[in-house]
Design a protein around this ligand. Structure first.
Ligand code: GDP
Length: 140
């Protein structure tokens, strides 16, 4: 499997509880490298655009409100099979269903305050990275 890049967000529930370092430790312990990283406050427009795919879902409004409720840390992660590997490290969307040892099992508070986002496919990874990073921001 080739080296890939994926896009990650450490969500407001985690930055609020000062968990950025603990989440990053789990990412690095899994063998992924953090090759780009920035702490930002998402605007409502940015959050809406990022989650556009969920625009028709009943939880879209709450999701946008949550993602703009505090700072987030946007990241580019690199490694062998990084997209699937990070999804494994994150655990299931609903923390009640997340396997032990995953970030969401360890830290997530609820299905929306679920600590991290990770891209689900190569195309979305490329699009999501481009929303927040230029090539010069990423140092592998
Ligand atoms: P992910 O790829 O595991 O983050 O999950 P999805 O792409 O399906 O959903 C995006 C985000 O929307 C999730 O991480 C949750 O924060 C939120 N979300 C998904 N499903 C639900 C739901 O049924 N209820 C609520 N409140 N939020 C949800």
């Amino acid at each position: 499997m080739a080296v890939q890049r994926t896009f990650s967000i450490i969500k407001p529930d985690a930055t609020k509880r000062n968990l950025t370092g603990k989440v990053n430790a789990m990412i690095e312990d899994a063998g992924l490298r953090i090759v780009g990283q920035r702490r930002v406050q998402l605007s409502e427009d940015q959050a809406k655009k990022f989650y556009e795919v969920h625009a028709e879902r009943p939880f879209y409004g709450d999701l946008v409100k949550f993602m703009t409720s505090g700072p987030v840390v946007v990241q580019v992660l690199e490694g062998e099979n990084a997209i699937a590997k990070y999804r494994e490290v994150m655990g299931a969307t609903n923390p009640a269903e997340a396997d032990a040892g995953t970030i969401r099992a360890a830290f997530a508070e609820s299905i929306d305050a679920n600590t991290v986002h990770g891209s689900d496919a190569p195309e979305t990874a490329a699009e999501e990275i481009a929303q927040f990073f230029t090539d010069a921001d990423i140092v592998g």
